[in-house]
Write a protein that binds this ligand. Structure first.
Ligand SMILES: [Zn+2]
Length: 203
């Protein structure tokens, strides 16, 4: 891996991106494969090592992105900044609201696992179950439409702030949007407050 000089913001973005690698190497029992952290597309090969290893971060990227990195390198173009990686853009929407005050960290989870944090955080079981129920319905509903990234609920629960993306196996947003209302009700019933839903952006 190449070492490049990074601003503090870029270093943080790189850390976030690299937090995905253990999840790439040990996929969830439901077989969910995370989208490519660089382009955000759902085109990673389930077996981690069959994708490309980024030249700039310790994480697997899709082979198209691997080729793009190589091409840029060959013609002397700088690498894509980490702040422009799909996975980082998915998080950025939240970060912007937070910069002004030092609000608590948002815990971004999928299944029982938390992304982008060094701390040991346990996601309350009730939240894991609500997300799983949402995913199950979305998976059954299905949508192969355009790829939407950054969607999900944000809320407070027992004094902490969470972001819960739809754990749908489909990239199309219709699969999970059909169940936004009932998922919101489930969160309310569990005691979550300040519930907001982000529709995400079309990739
Ligand atoms: Zn990619």
């Amino acid at each position: 891996m190449r070492n490049i000089t990074l601003t503090q913001e870029e270093q943080q973005a790189k850390k976030l991106v690299e937090s995905l690698r253990p999840l790439q190497e040990n996929p969830a029992p439901d077989g969910y494969v995370f989208p490519c952290p660089r382009c955000g597309h759902e085109r990673m090969t389930p077996e981690a090592v069959r994708n490309a290893l980024s030249r700039y971060a310790d994480v697997y990227i899709c082979s198209e992105c691997g080729m793009d990195e190589a091409m840029r390198d060959m013609v002397g173009r700088p690498p894509l900044p980490f702040s422009e990686w799909g996975m980082v853009l998915g998080f950025a929407e939240d970060a912007e609201d937070e910069e002004e005050e030092s609000e608590p960290e948002v815990i971004y989870f999928r299944g029982g696992r938390v992304l982008g944090s060094d701390e040991e955080i346990t996601v309350p079981q009730v939240l894991v179950e609500i997300q799983a129920a949402w995913a199950e319905k979305a998976n059954a509903y299905g949508d192969v439409g355009s790829c939407v990234i950054g969607a999900g609920f944000e809320f407070e629960f027992e004094g902490k702030r969470y972001k819960m993306p739809p754990a749908s196996k489909w990239q199309g947003s219709c699969s999970w949007e059909a169940f936004v209302d009932e998922t919101r009700e489930a969160l309310e019933a569990a005691g979550a407050t300040n519930i907001q839903y982000h529709w995400g952006v079309m990739d």
